[in-house]
Design a protein around this ligand. Structure first.
Ligand code: AGP
Length: 609
């Protein structure tokens, strides 16, 4: 996600803004910029790259001594990282400058509307429409202009806004995106996150949903969405900087686990038209191309591969064609049988995993059509794919992926249904119903996350175990793979994921008194088999935690502990089942005092073979 800062006071704003942006660097970014307003107008300095690069181009502005400004670090979602795509965006009239965090879901129609009124755009971003839309409505009253523009916006936004005619103020506005107000002595601040302003003030309040704030050096006025003035009590922040960077969470991993509902919604919503149609925005692979697809191969590594194994089950069932998930490191040496009628789906959070990149190149060299699902805009895999579908999970800091995995899962559903609809295998009304069910996931997931104590308790019972077996059948087996990897990579506890039916063919010899087995039992057609498998391992002394459906009464009497997922559609089950298993891994590692965000021997992006 992007980072926003703003300062209004009596000091030179430039060094304050630059320092504040540096405090947000941990969030990940690819470009940065500042805008300053004075009697000379609005001055914008922005660049692709690091804040140190931005410092090198703001030197002359520093001499100007402007005392009011906004700043931004950009994590690209729409439009590749570049100087022109970075924020702040200054309207062509040079009357309005904006920094934006979030996603404007209807930016294409807004660009069309503004173009009809003579506006011209110079970037590929969704954010640029915000500055031009405010300019469109501006007739001397900044608040009226902002509110009128806001009424046209769909999506999420945290905004910092400067007006050329108002050199003593910043306007801030938010919906869905975080924005805090820092209250100082003769100076006031806006920021996406506390670390940015902790050096200047520990008195902050969080702007409420659709509240608009007007900041001057003498005070902050807040107006709610009804136009009524409201007061906010300041809270005193006693965090240190390290805690502040994690939003008060102990680790980035748990912060990112908790962010999953929000980023799933951010990844789904901009691709749903009128609540019933999918628009993936594919640019090169046409519907005719998709109609001609006779086989699908999903190629990835690690957790991204595990997403592919889950998706494989759904896609085979929906599309009725061969669908395989393959490890990229194997695929590229396996003389893969692919051709122009094969769709290869590449999945990668970083977009830089070398095994996966080579798998992509192997597929393309053999004529396959390639769509990639990537979290980092303009990454190597994104750039070498025919089409790319970005997950909008924001920067993922923890080495162990959680929110990127979850956004990949839901995006694969949309891709599956789009292909099925194009092939005439899913009617429009069936797609609409599936979309409705998919959009229930964030709320269902929030419910599970609020009940994280159960997993904390179970982790306290089993954190000393030396080996854990995750077993499941069909999609539950696919989920077992990811659950096992999560536990291994952050807690260093040995673990194996096993197709439950396979256990008896050898590995069950390892089950002994006290061995922990986590049985995933959400796939209803094979529940009876899973109950038998649980009995098999219990007969050999295992302790069993079962992940079960909301209405499962069979497993409850057999397992030692049960964790229920809420009532949900079959499409939602993987997204919901993985949550307690992520939490279990996290709390086990936490009990063991592991370096959870940076596990030993691991890198966030494996750019070696
Ligand atoms: C996941 O928790 C691991 N960090 C790792 O398996 C990762 O999923 C794998 O290296 C693939 O990375 P990518 O998604 O960036 O390609």
């Amino acid at each position: 996600m992007c980072g926003i800062v703003g300062y209004v006071g009596s000091k030179n704003a430039t060094p304050i803004l630059l320092d504040a942006l540096e405090k947000l660097e941990y969030r990940g970014y690819d470009s940065a910029g500042i805008a300053l307003v004075s009697s000379n107008g609005i001055e914008v300095k922005k660049t692709r790259g690091r804040i140190s690069t931005l410092r090198s181009i703001t030197g002359e502005v520093e001499a100007g001594g402007c005392t009011v400004g906004i700043g931004h670090t950009r994590w690209a979602t729409h439009g590749e990282p570049s100087d022109v795509n970075s924020h702040p965006h200054l309207s062509r009239s040079e009357r309005v400058a904006v920094v934006h965090n979030g996603i404007i879901e209807n930016y294409i129609e807004l660009r069309e509307f503004l173009a009809e009124h003579g506006y011209v755009f110079s970037t590929e971003t969704d954010s640029e429409v915000v500055s031009e839309l405010i300019d469109y409505y501006y007739n001397g009253d900044p608040i009226e202009a902002v509110r009128k523009a806001e009424m046209q916006l769909k999506g999420s936004y945290a905004l910092g806004i400067l007006f050329k005619d108002y050199t003593d103020q910043i306007i801030a506005l938010r919906k869905d995106g975080p924005l805090i107000i820092g209250v100082g002595e003769g100076e006031n601040f806006i920021a996406s996150d506390i670390p940015a302003i902790l050096k200047h003030t520990r008195s902050i309040f969080r702007l409420g949903e659709r509240e608009l704030a007007i900041l001057t050096k003498d005070g902050v006025t807040v107006i709610d969405k009804y136009g009524e003035r409201i007061e906010h009590e300041c809270e005193h922040i006693d965090w240190d900087v390290d805690a502040a960077e994690k939003g008060g969470y102990a680790h980035f991993m748990i912060k990112e686990i908790m962010e999953q509902p929000e980023v799933i919604a951010k990844t789904i919503n901009p691709r749903i038209i009128n609540d019933k149609r999918i628009d993936l925005g594919l640019k090169r692979i046409t519907d005719d191309d998709l109609r001609g697809i006779k086989a699908i191969k999903i190629v990835a590594c690690g957790s991204a591969y595990h997403v592919g194994v889950v998706a494989k089950y759904f896609m085979k069932k929906t599309l009725g064609i061969p669908v395989e998930a393959e490890l990229a490191s194997e695929f590229r040496y396996d003389d893969p049988i692919v051709d122009e009628h094969t769709l290869v789906i590449i999945i990668s959070q970083s977009g830089e995993t070398l095994d996966t990149l080579y798998g992509l190149r192997e597929a393309r060299s053999r004529g396959a059509r390639v769509i990639s699902i990537v979290n980092v805009v303009a990454s190597s895999i994104a750039n070498e794919s025919e089409d790319v579908l970005y997950t909008w999970a924001g920067p993922e800091i923890a080495v162990a992926t959680t929110k990127a995995y979850s956004t990949q899962l839901v995006l694969m559903n949309l891709l599956n249904w789009h292909i099925a609809n194009v092939k005439g295998l899913m009617r429009d009304d069936e797609v609409a119903r599936a979309i409705t069910q998919l959009r229930e996931i964030p709320e269902q997931m929030n419910g599970m996350l609020s009940d994280h104590e159960q997993m904390q308790y179970l982790a306290s019972l089993f954190f000393n175990c030396h080996s854990v077996f995750f077993i499941g059948r069909n999609i539950d087996y696919a989920l077992s793979l990811e659950a096992s990897l999560k536990l291994k990579e952050i807690s260093y506890v040995h673990s194996e994921a096993y197709a439950a039916g396979e256990l008896k063919h050898g590995t069950i010899s390892l089950i002994e008194d006290g061995t922990l087995v986590i049985a995933l039992c959400t796939y209803r057609p094979l529940l009876e088999k899973m109950v038998s498998n649980i009995k098999e391992v219990k007969a050999r002394g295992a302790k069993v935690i079962a992940i079960i459906n909301h209405d499962d009464t069979q497993t409850e009497g057999v397992a030692d502990h049960v964790v229920r997922i809420p009532e949900c559609s079959e499409y939602a089950i993987p997204s919901l089942t993985i949550v307690p298993l992520q939490l279990f891994a996290y709390y086990i590692a936490s009990h063991k005092g592991c370096d959870i965000d940076k596990p030993r021997n691991l890198a966030k992006s494996v750019t070696v073979e």
